[in-house]
Structure formats: C-alpha cells, structure tokens
Design a protein around this ligand. Sequence first.
Ligand SMILES: Cc1cc2nc3c(=O)[nH]c(=O)nc-3n(C[C@H](O)[C@H](O)[C@H](O)COP(=O)(O)O)c2cc1C
Length: 183
Amino acid sequence: MTILILYGTLEGQTAKVAERMADTLRNKGQQVTTLSVEQLPTNFEVNNFDATIIGGSIHMGDYPNQLKKFVMTNLDWLNNVPSAFFTVCMGIHSQHVETREEAGHFGEDFVAQSGWHPKLIETFAGAVKYTQYNFVTRFIMKLISKREGGSTDTSHDHEYTDWETVDCFAEKFMAVIAELERI
Ligand SMILES: Cc1cc2nc3c(=O)[nH]c(=O)nc-3n(C[C@H](O)[C@H](O)[C@H](O)COP(=O)(O)O)c2cc1C
C-alpha cells in the first residue's frame, strides 16, 4: 500500500513522530511518504495514496491552519481511504487531570467539527524546546511547565514523547490496513 503521513508542525516534534511511524510501517513492507503540510509540492495529488495518517501539533489550543485547511479540502478522500489522526501537545502530559482530559479531546473535537471519520485517533506528548523559543515564549513556557509539572530547566530541550505509544499506534494502523485488505 502507498501511505501518506502528512503533518503540521511548528517546532519539529510532530515531524519526528511522523518519521518514527513511517519507519515502523516501512519495516512492515509498506511504501510510505512523509510530508509537511507546509511543503506540499504544487502537483501534489492525494489520489496517489491508498491510506493516510495525519498529525498536527497544538499551539494556543489549536492545530496549524494549513493542516485544518488540508483536512477540509480533502474530506471526501479522507473518508474514503483508511485514515488515522494524531495530535502532539503538552497538555496530555500535565500533572493535572483536567488539563490531560482537555488535551485528550483536541483530536476528537477537531474530527467531529470537520466531518472526518478516521479509524484511529491518538494524542501524544510532545516536547518543550526551550532552545528554539524566543525570550518571551521561553519565559511563558517555563511558567506553564512549572504549573503543569514539566521541567523548568531552560538550558536544554525536553522531550516527553512516549515512543512505545507511537510505535503501538503505527502497529494498530497496520492492523486496520490488514483488516481492510482481507475484506
Ligand atoms: C507557543 C506555544 C503554545 C503551545 N500551546 C499549547 C496548548 O495550547 N496546549 C498544549 O497542550 N500544548 C501546547 N504547546 C506545546 C506544544 O504542543 C508541544 O511543544 C509540541 O511538542 C509542539 O509540536 P511541534 O514541535 O510539532 O510543533 C504549546 C507550545 C508552544 C511553544
């Protein structure tokens, strides 16, 4: 199968998650293309792909605009191929249960509003990349990290992604494809 993994990222963690999934699927013999939604070639054609995983990170409670636009523009295709959606954010790693619950709803709320029906939806913890932020963002992210139980050491970046959960999601997607191929 030809699988498209399309992602929307601001600081790169969602791209890293997408590449990890691609490795898992390639190891299972699938033909996988990973693409940033910001860098779609002009002649890009969704119909060249049999299945897709779409992923986006959350900033200020929302997904990247280009990602939202892609989903709305390609709804028919998305609902006609095996598809999955993942979210990367930090709320899911909070020490506060309400924040974790809120973060767990980003994906479901988005697909419900869009009318897309992916077979799988998952939320992964991302990273706090202090070294990539400007002074103001670093200051705000440090305050939020303190409140939510993350590291306040701004001298380096902190990755919270659980790679086993990411691998598990890719395996589940393989199972979805295998099931459909059997029908
Ligand atoms: C300016 C800023 C705003 C953010 N807003 C949220 C948010 O509203 N909710 C949340 O759960 N995480 C939030 N995060 C955390 C990001 O989702 C997390 O850092 C993620 O790994 C970013 O993924 P990316 O590198 O693929 O863009 C924010 C991060 C930054 C820098």
